[in-house]
Write a protein that binds this ligand. Structure first.
Ligand code: AMP
Length: 398
């Protein structure tokens, strides 16, 4: 069965068509600037040429219509008709406490996702628009919602409660939810496979280090803690997000800079992280590594602070699980930066961790980068959220 995986943002839409039996990608692409002048569709069949078409996309329905036309195009399409698309899997950012697993999308499910809009006001409404557009264009094709938060719903209370008045949890469900769940789930399961061990017997720490970054602790096949919180702002230092800070900084800066809370939140989400720390040099680690290698203070302080925070969380999650068997690095930085992996692992000698420098110098490959006698295995596992969504979708539709 072919599964269309859709990841819908407010003005963009990424898609992949995946054969659920062979798990091969058949085509992929994205729509950009939906609802904005200059919108374009990028479409690439597997093994074929990338095509770019600049064409008006006033809304998401038009964008998905163009995607479906591209997939069924006589010359460059990959399926003869829409009947060859067995199901659609939608990435949904926030499932609150309602969704602890993926689910077939029904009218009740749509209402329940809407009820989580307050928790992810930028993302959930966009995800719902994608669902609505697919419903219009493919009314009989089953759809599945795969939630970024679902994998983390197994966290115990002590990991998800904040030290706030309990009534805020009861009234507004203010608690830790965690994100990137599809990636943490995929990578931790893959780690068990690669090591030839039972998933339920391992203590795994997954470091998802991309433009957004989060860490999770997975014990006996269940997530027991994760670094992102009510929103994706908490935890590690990210591309442009601050991660953990003293909450009193918000009021302090609002007074000093004469800014509103909303303006300070924009600083914390868009102008902080490695971009802010490097004095606006870049949010991209390729630029930051150049600066680091040139011995410049802004590259040095930024990458060292980023890696220190990663090591600190690994220490915390080792304590949370009373040990760790395997640490996985994934996503753009985790897969491609030997430097960041080295700087984080250098601080973990007390766990008996040693990296094989030759292996660690490889980029973007699935491999074990620790030495054979390292007490904790360190793996690089490229994430594949689309494949994970396709698997969940196929399993539910069957
Ligand atoms: P993601 O959000 O997972 O797509 O990760 C994107 C980030 O990965 C980019 O912003 C870069 O910081 C980082 N990245 C991608 N390629 C490399 C590379 N070759 N070396 C270092 N960092 C990289």
């Amino acid at each position: 069965m072919n599964i269309l995986v859709i990841n819908c943002g407010s003005s963009s839409l990424k898609f992949q068509l995946i054969d659920a039996e062979t798990e091969k990608q058949i085509a992929k692409g994205l729509c950009e600037r939906i609802g904005i002048e200059g919108s374009r569709l990028v479409y690439q069949p597997a093994g074929g040429e990338k095509e770019e078409t600049v064409t008006p996309m006033p809304d998401h329905t038009k964008a998905i219509e163009l995607v479906l036309n591209a997939l069924t195009n006589e010359k460059t399409g990959v399926v003869k008709s829409l009947d060859e698309i067995g199901a659609v899997g939608h990435r949904i950012v926030h499932g609150g406490e309602k969704f602890a697993s993926s689910t077939i999308i029904t009218d009740e499910v749509i209402e329940a996702i809407k009820a989580c809009n307050d928790l992810a006001p930028l993302h959930n409404p966009a995800n719902l628009i994608g669902i609505d557009a697919c419903k219009k264009l493919m009314p009989t094709t089953p759809m599945v919602g795969v939630f970024d938060t679902a994998f983390h719903q197994t966290m115990p209370k002590e990991a998800y409660l904040y030290g706030l008045p309990y009534e805020y949890y009861e009234k507004y469900q203010v608690r830790r939810y965690g994100f990137h769940g599809t990636s943490h789930s995929y990578v931790s399961k893959r780690a068990a496979e690669l090591l030839g061990k039972k998933y339920e017997d391992l203590k795994i720490i997954v470091c998802h280090l991309g433009n957004g970054a989060s860490i999770s602790a997975v014990k006996d096949g269940k997530c027991v803690d994760t670094s992102m919180g009510l929103t994706p702002l908490e935890g590690l230092i990210m591309g442009t997000r601050s991660g953990d800070i003293d909450p009193a900084i918000i009021e302090f800066l609002a007074h000093k800079e004469k800014k509103s809370i909303d303006e300070i939140m924009t600083v914390l989400n868009k102008k902080s992280g490695v971009l802010g720390l490097s004095d606006n040099l870049s949010s991209d680690f390729r630029d930051l590594e150049k600066s680091y290698n040139a011995g410049e203070d802004r590259g040095l302080r930024t990458i060292q602070t980023f890696a220190y925070r990663v090591a600190k969380y690994i220490g915390a999650y080792t304590a949370a699980m009373n040990g760790v068997d395997v640490i996985c690095f994934t996503a753009g930085v985790g897969e491609n930066s030997p430097l960041v992996r080295n700087l984080a692992c250098e601080r973990l000698g007390y766990l008996g961790i040693a990296l094989d420098q030759e292996k660690n110098n490889k980029r973007g490959e699935e491999l074990e980068v620790s030495t054979p006698d390292s007490k904790v295995k360190v793996l690089v596992v490229p994430t594949n959220e689309e494949l994970a969504i396709a698997r969940e979708t196929a399993a539910l539709v069957k």
